[in-house]
Ligand binder design. Structure first.
Ligand code: 5GP
Length: 139
């Protein structure tokens, strides 16, 4: 079953398209948090960011600043958030990787953020960093 974003990319479902290249497709979010709220999506259909091929990930990295520049220029926004949700617990509703570009305006429209910061325990931090970097070394 193709995701709703694959159906948008194929043209089966209409959208307000803002960019398309070999690997990446971008369009306006149907339920924007603010004016210019856009979605940047790989054509490759994976649910989560860590599943992407290097080729697709690199193309997204190239496209994101370009789409952000265009959204800022078109809306006049000077601040914005990039949001990328992975998994239901992380508020992901559509199981196809996507980056939100969400302009923030003085009227308060944009992404609301709850940031419940805690102190990082030094020994726990050291152990965790060592474990994660060992995983990185495994590729
Ligand atoms: P998530 O919570 O998965 O990160 O966000 C999914 C986003 O996709 C939501 O902001 C939602 O408004 C958007 N969306 C869902 N269905 C459609 C659609 O059919 N068209 C467009 N343009 N956006 C959609």
């Amino acid at each position: 079953m193709p995701t709703i974003f694959t159906r948008i990319i194929s043209g089966e479902i209409p959208c307000h398209r803002i960019h398309a290249d070999e690997h990446v497709f971008a369009f306006l979010d149907i339920a924007p948090l603010s004016r210019g709220h856009a979605l940047v999506v790989p054509r490759e259909e994976w649910a989560m960011l860590h599943e992407l091929s290097d080729e697709s990930a690199a193309a997204l990295g190239r496209a994101l600043p370009r789409v952000a520049r265009a959204v800022m220029a078109a809306t006049g926004a000077t601040s914005y958030n990039i949001l990328q949700n992975n998994g239901a617990l992380a508020h992901q509703a559509v199981p196809h990787v996507h980056f939100h570009i969400i302009p923030r305006f003085p009227d308060g429209s944009g992404l609301g953020i709850r940031w419940d910061a805690r102190a990082l325990d030094a020994s726990e931090g050291a152990a965790l960093a060592a474990r994660i970097s060992a995983e990185m070394a495994r590729g």
